[in-house]
Design a protein around this ligand. Sequence first.
Ligand code: S3P
Length: 425
Amino acid sequence: MNLKVERLKGQGLRGEIVIPSDKSVSHRSAMFAALTGGVVEVKNFSMGADCLSTLNIVKTLGCDVEFLADKHIKIDASNALKKDIYKLDCGNSGTSMRLFSGIMASYETETTLFGDESLSNRPMKRVILPLELMGAKIKHHNFKAPLVIQGKELFPIDYKSPIASAQVKSCVLLAGLNTCGVTKVTEPCVSRDHTERMLKYLGADISINGTTTAVKKSKLEPKNITVCGDISSAAFFLVAGAIVPESDFVIKNVGLNPTRTGIIDIMKSMGADIEILSQDEVCNEPVGDIRIKTSQLKGTTIEGEIIPRLIDELPVIAVLASQAEGTTIVKDAADLRNKESDRIKCLVSELTKLGVDIEETPDGFIVNGKTNLRGGAEVECYHDHRLAMSLYVAGLVCEQPVVINEFQWVDISFPEFLGLMNLLH
Ligand code: S3P
């Protein structure tokens, strides 16, 4: 589907929206439910294609999955993980492939994990190496999928991860969950901690000390889970609200886990008129409502420990930076090149077509603002949901209409995106 985006005329974005389910938390809810051996209801499960890949995997593993209502599922894991051989289709989802690698390596089964073309080109060495240190036997093609894992009883390790990656950390911790002894992971700086929070909620023996997390072999309790809203989805609305003239609206039920709120910190430091209205806690995850208004923005430098706290938001932050006075520099984000697309190269090429003054660097990009974006171009999203939505937000402030090719890729994480955008204008 090729989508035409036009500049908003008249009143800006107004009203109130409820942000749908967090992708990372939804993945983990279905995966961990499958490990309980019992019955777990998950409310507000993401209907994005990535989380549906995980749900299909959970079914392949022998769980009975029933939809009780909209986004409300019941997972019965009483017959899970009883077979000797599994073939698991991860689709486009890196989280499914990397987390299930850790889970399956510790069970006595043979598992093949495969995915689409994009996923088959993404780096898996980051999970293969620590799993091999634990004694896992994994066949791969130059450290790429498909991965064939001969599961067995593993040894605990004390792993010093060279990158701050929640997928790597979670992979090792999930292998450790079914391994005798204490498995530890230390990261260079803290990445998102949804695995740790949910494992604790389900009764696992897990402890955190600074950047080190330790887990002991544990049986998970089948407890019901409610998934919070996704701050990475909210980010497109936060940026749209800040840059579209005369906007003022409220985004409800946003996950406010501090390992994910880098976008809020950066927007505040750039001068955004952003306010947290209320806070609550759902299944060990903080949530809240956010009000955003059109803002006078200034450039900033984004580097170091904040990067893992906003890694998925960097494409839309580039759009924000184009509407900020001065220069915005993003550094230490080379891993953006390993996401669903090479997010540095693709972002720079497509935003340049719209008139953004943006330059590629090896580990990030530099944006000079503020620019009146001309638009009037056809852009590609390179099968990348976050690029598609970032280009849409840019299109809202372009002088001429923008056509985004293959916009349907938004369905990977956020099928509700266009409907919610339309509610605000
Ligand atoms: C995710 C972790 C992040 C993020 C991805 C989801 C997760 O990847 O980019 O969208 O659910 O654990 P890395 O851990 O590889 O940085």
